[in-house]
Design a protein around this ligand. Structure first.
Ligand code: ADP
Ligand code: MG
Ligand code: ZN
Length: 628
């Protein structure tokens, strides 16, 4: 919707390079100017000068630091003519001159010092500024000229704008909406909260895949609250000129404070908020860092009392954000804006279908059923495609078959962009996730299963099982760790049982399970065979940082290495057996939950708990697994 500015750095970079080299040139000039100005008549080779002295032709000599000026006797040259030579280091010269009766003296300091100084140090900067001005005046005409550096490019949408967006325009993200309703209350009646001493949140981070309606939600908050809405994209902060980003942030907040209460919306926060440590090496982006620092300062700066400026930001890569941004007092609230489920998709379709003329045969629910994994923007696009097709087919209204064709088109386009599963894949993912959930539900230490979903999410996951710990855990025992490994293997085990074959989908699970098992053996000393020794160097940074690759091993003997591998394998295989057993024992329930999941795509909350509570524990419980 917003017009993307063309990437411009290359052109500006060239200009900046020119400016830089021009200024470099002036510095050089600066060094050489004095001598340039001081040089007078043409030089004479020093050897000739010495020769002339020895021949007694020289009458007067003035010895300077960098040159020697001299006059010849009248019979040898025109009166008044001055010759110049460049001296070489010659201590014998005074003696020679004296012996030849030449009148000599040290040269007076050059009398035009002030003038060359002026030329050397004042003029070049002036020229430099002149060139700068020239570029500024040239760029000033365009909307993205150099003149606008420093000036915030924020677009302001004020209440009363023709297209006022409200929560009614957003669907399928009910949880996010509920959270944002509170923000609207803050904006409308801040006094109600400040009176009892509550601190109004400053920053709310909308997190979710592209096209799920984050920008839309932010506008809806502004629309509902009836406050101005400043919007700027993170990538617009990051420009070539150092310091521009930070001054832009300052400007933006200055403007915003004047209009408080209001909303500042920063889209693509990750463009400036990338973790500073993740820049790697120096040469990281100084400019971005300054911009980020300025943003942090501004967010710390406005106190609760004076102005209600709420900063909303959107990102689809929360994991890359600098932790400093997520601290309390900054973006301390995070709202998940996920891809919509079946009923959400239907609601979104309903919103967008209002803009087109629908035929009588339209069944939005059927369309929603066929579009798992579509985000809101994809659905909006789908409605438009269908309308285009109808128009092309000379129809007055959009028919169901237009939608059918449009889905195929959009899916083809999406298949590369994101993941749209075919029916078989969807089925496999459903059983896989139910496998995780069922093993996880029965096993100690792996938290309560809160949600299973086969709506593709993020970049890696085709489906997911959400487990919430029932309490904060800092220590885990061996049995719980083994339980976690079994849960990780639950997905693959379900695939094995139901389909008899394994897909590539479980690779991340296996990786994590193996890492965990290896850590049990080499870091936590949980192996009877290897004993309480740490075979890894250094401390593992995170206790259960999933996926964090194990530290390099200490130098161990070949036998020990073999033993470690054996132990890791034993742990993983035992867990695998355990998962298989649980699922085999509860095969009917596995089928039932998977069938239901395929229908609704998401099962969560009470419904999920009651389903999972029907699991029968394996008869010969724990026998042989924790001890083996
Ligand atoms: P994001 O900022 O998350 O990438 P946008 O808010 O820019 O996504 O969404 C782009 C467009 O897609 C919106 O203008 C709207 O037309 C449509 N859209 C996206 N999500 C929704 C939704 N949840 N409900 C209704 N329309 C949506
Ligand atoms: Mg957006
Ligand atoms: Zn899995």
């Amino acid at each position: 919707m917003t017009i993307k500015e063309q990437p411009k750095p290359p052109r500006f970079r060239i200009i900046a390079n020119i400016l830089l080299s021009v200024s470099g040139l002036f510095l050089l000039l600066n060094l050489f100017l004095p001598s340039l100005f001081a040089s007078g008549p043409a030089g004479v080779p020093y050897s000739l000068f010495i020769h002339q002295v020895q021949e007694g032709e020289v009458s007067r000599v003035s010895v300077g630091q960098n040159q020697i000026r001299y006059q010849l006797k009248t019979e040898n040259a025109e009166p008044g003519a001055v010759f110049v030579t460049t001296p070489i280091f010659d201590l014998e010269l005074p003696k020679l001159l004296e012996s030849k009766g030449v009148e000599f003296a040290a040269a007076p300091p050059p009398k035009n010092t002030w003038f060359t100084t002026l030329l050397g140090w004042v003029i070049p900067p002036l020229i430099f500024i002149g060139i700068w001005q020239f570029f500024i005046s040239r760029g000033g005409g365009g909307q993205q000229g150099v003149l606008s550096i420093g000036k915030s490019k924020a677009k302001v949408y004020v209440e009363g704008d023709s297209a006022k967006i409200t929560f009614a325009d957003v669907a399928g993200v009910e949880e996010a909406k509920t959270e944002l309703v509170e923000i609207v209350d803050f904006l409308k009646t801040p006094a109600r909260f400040t009176q009892i001493g509550a601190r109004i949140p400053k920053g709310v981070l909308l997190v979710g895949p592209p096209g799920t309606g984050k920008t839309l939600l932010a506008k809806a908050v502004a629309g509902e609250a009836g406050v101005p809405f400043f919007s700027i994209s993170g990538s617009e902060f990051v420009e070539l000129f150092v310091g521009v980003g930070s001054s832009r942030v300052r400007d933006l907040f200055e403007q915003a404070k004047k209009q408080a209460p209001c909303i500042v919306f920063i889209d693509e926060l990750d463009a400036i908020g990338k973790s500073r440590s993740s820049n790697g090496f120096y040469g990281g982006n100084d400019e971005r860092e300054q911009t980020l620092n300025q943003l942090l300062t501004e967010m710390d700066g406005f106190a609760a009392g004076d102005a209600t400026v709420i900063v909303l930001a959107a990102t689809n890569r929360p994991e890359s954000l600098d932790p400093a941004l997520l601290r309390p007092g900054r973006f301390d609230r995070q709202v998940l804006v996920d891809r919509p489920d079946l009923s959400g998709r239907e609601a979104i379709l309903k919103i967008h279908a209002q803009k087109v003329k629908l035929g009588d045969d339209i069944n939005l629910k059927a369309i929603a059923t066929r579009t798992p994994g579509f985000a809101g923007a994809d659905l909006a696009n789908l409605v438009n495609e269908a309308a285009l097709l109808a128009a092309r087919n000379q129809r007055q209204t959009v028919a169901q078959e237009d939608f059918a064709e449009a889905i195929e088109r959009v899916v083809a386009g999406l298949e590369k962009k994101s993941r749209v599963l075919n029916d078989t894949e969807k089925k496999i993912v459903a059983y896989h996730e139910v496998g995780h959930a069922m093993v996880g539900a029965l096993i100690p230490g792996s938290g309560r299963v809160e949600k299973i979903s086969i709506i593709p999410r993020g970049m890696a996951a085709l489906g997911y099982t959400l487990q919430l710990p029932t309490e904060d855990r800092f220590l885990m025992n061996e049995e719980e760790l083994r339980g976690q490994i079994a849960t990780l293997l639950g997905g693959r085990s379900a695939e094995e049982i139901v389909f008899g074959s394994i897909t590539t989908g479980a690779s991340n699970d296996l990786q994590r399970a193996t890492d965990l098992a290896e850590r049990m053996v080499t870091t936590y000393g949980m192996s009877k065979v290897l004993g309480p020794l740490a075979y890894q160097q250094g401390q593992q940074a995170m206790f259960l940082g999933n996926g964090g690759a194990p530290n390099p091993r200490r130098a161990v003997s070949e036998d020990t290495a073999k033993a470690i591998d054996g132990e890791v394998k034993e742990i993983v295989e035992t867990a695998h057996e355990q998962a298989l057993e649980i699922l085999k024992q509860n095969r009917d329930l596995l089928e039932a939950i998977a069938t239901q999941l395929l229908e609704t795509e998401v099962i969560e909350g009470e419904k999920l708990h009651s389903l999972l509570s029907q699991i029968q524990p394996v008869a010969k419980e724990t026998a042989g697994f924790a001890q083996s």
